[in-house]
Design a protein around this ligand. Structure first.
Ligand SMILES: NC(=O)c1ccc[n+]([C@@H]2O[C@H](COP(=O)([O-])OP(=O)(O)OC[C@H]3O[C@@H](n4cnc5c(N)ncnc54)[C@H](O)[C@@H]3O)[C@@H](O)[C@H]2O)c1
Length: 268
């Protein structure tokens, strides 16, 4: 009997696949027998990623906001493998200039940086979804998984733009889930994961001191995380596989927290 959670043989496109969480997801999907097309940002990451994933997979460099590049890549994937089953939109993150540090205020924020963080996280999810869902609409089948954040639930200090963008990702996930199911059929599903706090390149300095101890900010994170730890980068993989597999055939429009309880706990 086929494993309900299997993604074996499926074609999975993963953006941000050279990153910490995207890399872990790409390696996991390959290990589960999926064919992975890794979308990375810089050309030199193409070979790096393929050397890890294996040459039987594909890798392309692009800016996820550049629709013509993403369209060109989508055609190459379909020419090679004949179809696409899964899109995981992982590219994203905070933009340093958009962070309002404790010694700054709202009026120090530059509109240019605000636009950058919104563009990357929101349009960087929406534009690839528009490109690849055309394939899903033709196939009448496919699944999208977006990456939201704890910053989408309640306001986190400092990251106003990132929070606004990720709230947009959560809302867009629900909107697109309804749009695709109603107009293109029930076999096209759109969901999101909302990771809690995982140590990555982008947030390491905010969460860990150089000696590895917790920063003032991560002491507050731990106080609101019932599991009292950060997530391991492999701990998104199971939730992602579930949402991209037949096990989730009646699940669309959800934003699933993978957060050690952060989003459900008041902290007291
Ligand atoms: N690490 C966490 O704790 C955490 C928590 C919640 C959400 N997230 C989200 O998870 C995702 C991955 O985060 P991460 O920690 O792995 O970060 P990361 O920086 O390791 O990965 C992000 C990747 O996106 C790529 N990227 C950036 N701009 C791009 C562009 N314009 N076009 C194409 N690719 C681009 C980067 O090259 C990088 O490889 C992000 O969307 C982030 O917001 C992370």
């Amino acid at each position: 009997m086929k494993d309900l959670f299997s993604v074996e043989g499926k074609v999975a496109v993963i953006t941000g696949a050279a990153g910490v969480l995207g890399g872990s997801l790409a390696r996991h999907f390959v290990a589960q027998g999926a064919k992975v097309a890794a979308l990375v940002h810089r050309p030199e990451q193409v070979e790096e990623v393929l050397s890890v994933l294996g040459k039987e997979n594909l890798a392309f460099a692009c800016n996820v906001m550049d629709i013509p590049s993403v369209e060109k890549i989508s055609k190459e994937i379909v020419e090679t493998w004949g179809r696409v089953d899964i899109l995981i939109n992982v590219a994203g993150g905070n933009v340093p200039g958009a962070t309002i540090m404790p010694d700054q205020n709202f009026y120090d924020m530059k509109q240019e940086d605000w636009n950058k963080v919104l563009d990357l996280n929101l349009n960087g999810t929406i534009f690839p979804s528009q490109v690849f869902s055309r394939i899903f609409a033709e196939q009448k089948e496919g699944c999208i998984l977006n990456i939201s954040s704890m910053a989408a639930y309640d306001a986190l200090s400092r990251v106003a733009g990132y929070g606004a963008a990720k709230s947009g990702v959560s809302n867009f996930t629900k909107w697109m889930a309804a749009e695709m199911a109603i107009k293109y059929g029930e076999k096209i599903r759109v969901n999101a994961l909302a990771p809690g706090f995982f140590i990555g390149k982008q947030n390491r300095a905010a969460l860990l001191n150089p000696d590895g101890s917790l920063t003032d900010r991560s002491v507050k994170v731990m106080a609101k995380t019932p599991m009292r730890r950060f997530g391991d980068i492999t701990e998104l993989n199971g939730a992602a596989q579930f949402l991209c597999s037949d096990a989730a055939s009646f699940v669309t429009g959800v934003v699933l927290p993978v957060d050690g309880g952060f989003s459900s706990f008041s902290g007291i």
